[in-house]
Design a protein around this ligand. Structure first.
Ligand code: SAM
Length: 282
């Protein structure tokens, strides 16, 4: 997170943002409906979250923080659209930017789910739908619906691929805002996986990756991950599948095998990267 905090405190980037705002004042005036405000602020919210995730893919924004940052961007857009295009006050623009950055810093510093700092620099990627489909062996199963993709990514590539393949009842969750109404912007800890609901739950390089890391570090989120994982297993319908990579062998070993079966599919000669398919039998 340090990179984003430095970015928010850096004088040079502040001046660049002020310049960018001045050059785009005419654009803000065209944002004249609530729908346009939400859409524009949503895209700059996503840009900010993407900067945070690129900086540290393990950042976990609580729903409270997600809503707070979203509100900060909505307020910013509302303020910018009131500034006159030809007779603007430089000091006003500067104070809007300073105040906006202070609010973001405060929201990040008070984010409930991000107490483990001092991260390594670990970049984050999103993968194509066909890559995920193949690696997760989704062609080998008839996926029961509804399907949930946890941490589906800003561009929800796998869901688009599944939609194209004919699946209809598909959903995703992520920290990004989407204008697609089958994707919810939420932290997975704040999302309730209802019992017996899902035909298929998928998590590619997302939930289990973060869970593994929490397990290795024995950090403060570990119990939350264990509880959420158990909640996900209970949320499967009978014959439903939970399919994910990377694997978390220690956790999979502890699953009650009378209720669930566990299968592994090897990837790239690294057993940590196995695709795991858990099936609810009873
Ligand atoms: C490495 S990306 C993978 C995205 C997608 N599954 C793919 O393979 O292309 C991990 C995703 O998990 C999301 N994520 C991370 N922590 C999250 C959390 N606590 N709640 C919801 N989504 C989260 C990130 O926003 C990011 O989009």
């Amino acid at each position: 997170m340090n990179g984003v905090i430095e970015y928010l405190q850096d004088e040079h980037t502040k001046l660049n943002i002020i310049k960018l705002i001045k050059n785009n004042l005419y654009l803000y005036h065209q944002i004249n409906t609530n729908e346009k405000i939400q859409s524009f602020s949503g895209s700059i919210y996503n840009y900010f979250v993407s900067e945070c995730i690129q900086n540290n893919q393990y950042i976990s924004l609580s729903n409270e923080t997600i809503n707070r940052i979203n509100d900060i961007y909505i307020n910013l857009v509302k303020k910018l659209k009131q500034i006159s295009t030809d007779n603007y006050d430089n000091e006003l623009i500067e104070s809007i930017v300073i105040n906006h950055r202070e609010q973001l810093l405060k929201a990040l510093s008070e984010n409930e789910y991000h107490k483990c700092d001092n991260q390594l620099y670990i970049p984050c990627s999103e993968y194509s739908g066909s890559f995920q489909y193949t690696l997760l062996r989704l062609n080998q199963f008839r996926l029961l619906e509804p399907v949930m993709d946890i941490g589906c990514g800003k561009d929800y590539e796998l869901l688009k691929y599944l939609e194209h393949a004919g699946y209809k009842d598909i959903f995703g969750i992520d920290q990004y805002i989407s204008d697609n109404n089958y994707i919810a912007c939420t932290n997975w800890f704040d999302y309730k996986f209802e019992p017996n609901k899902w035909g298929t739950v998928i998590a590619h390089m997302s939930f289990s990756n973060h869970f593994r890391r929490s397990l290795i570090n024995e950090d403060i989120n570990l119990e939350k991950y264990k509880d959420k994982y158990a909640e996900i297993l209970r949320s499967l319908q009978i014959n439903g599948l939970f399919i994910y990579t990377p694997s978390i062998k220690q956790i999979e070993n502890s699953i009650n095998k009378s209720y669930y079966s566990v299968a592994y599919y090897e990837n790239m000669n690294d057993r940590n990267l196995d695709t795991v398919v858990i099936k609810r039998n009873l």
